[in-house]
Ligand binder design. Structure first.
Ligand SMILES: C[S@@+](CC[C@H](N)C(=O)[O-])C[C@H]1O[C@@H](n2cnc3c(N)ncnc32)[C@H](O)[C@@H]1O
Length: 246
């Protein structure tokens, strides 16, 4: 179980709320080694004991996300998910991670529902969404929340009318196309590991009959033959079109 430490001055009610929602041990002092969660005045952070000054937060107010949004629906991810011509597309982000892609899609006017199997990572995402809401970000209105679960379990209950598209971005081993700096990616990997079951996830998503877009490194192999691909310098999106009649 991960340790949860509150910096002096952090809100005690917030700490109690977190401790009741996630499998974490409340600790009086930062641990000597390993990763832990730190509740600070600025938000919740994942930290590594030997470098506590380099915490990892889900930050949905980051200027980089604002810059990304300027590209609008010409962005690769928007093309892969088929957003053009839809006023408020409903997207299921089935591998939410720290939610940077979710936050991008929210800025593009999508309604985003997310799934994340790590309760620790999902809590960082909730913290980011709360901070965006408190800061008055209007795009947060499209956020439908994150559910902690293994995505295929949830995908089984979906029908093709529930969403416009499903977005998949699993953690591939040796991943080089993440937006996260190397050290932060390593920290995230310490909590979630790699996702060797990405093939089963893709299969479950396609079985819903919905459009599916899966993000890859530009040179990594496809997990199944896509209907088409949207290619960029840092990422490639494999697109599986809706299956009619399902
Ligand atoms: C590479 S990260 C996603 C990054 C995210 N797109 C972003 O922009 O921040 C992959 C995440 O997907 C989650 N994940 C992978 N397979 C999953 C599954 N079957 N169900 C739920 N979550 C899954 C992992 O726990 C990890 O947090």
């Amino acid at each position: 179980m991960i340790g949860l430490w509150a910096e002096p001055g952090a809100n005690p009610a917030c700490l109690a709320g977190l401790a009741s929602r996630i499998p974490a041990d409340t600790i009086a002092d930062p641990p000597a080694n390993g990763v832990y969660l730190a509740l600070t005045a600025a938000g919740l952070e994942l930290r590594v004991a030997d470098m506590p000054w380099q915490g990892l937060r889900a930050d949905w107010l980051d200027a980089g996300l604002d810059r990304r949004a300027r590209e609008g629906r010409r962005a690769l991810i928007a093309r892969a998910l088929g957003l053009r011509g839809k006023a408020t597309p409903r997207i299921l982000d089935a591998t939410c991670g720290l939610g940077r892609d979710s936050a991008h899609l929210l800025r593009l006017g999508c309604r985003v529902t997310a799934i994340e199997r790590s309760p620790v990572v999902a809590t960082l995402v909730e913290d980011a969404a709360n901070r965006a809401s408190t800061a008055g970000a209007t795009w947060i209105a499209g956020w439908r929340g994150v559910t902690v679960d293994d995505a295929p379990v949830r995908l089984k209950d979906l029908t093709a009318s529930d969403f416009d598209a499903i977005y998949l971005d699993p953690m591939f081993g040796g991943d080089r196309r993440s937006a996260l700096p190397k050290r932060e990616l390593q920290m995230l990997r310490q909590v979630v590991g790699d996702d060797p079951d990405a093939g089963a996830l893709l299969k479950a998503a396609r079985a819903t009959g919905l459009r599916v877009a899966m993000k890859h490194h530009p040179r990594s192999p496809a997990l199944a033959r896509p209907d088409h691909q949207v290619r960029g310098g840092r990422a490639r999106f494999d697109v599986y079109l809706p299956v009619s009649g399902s």
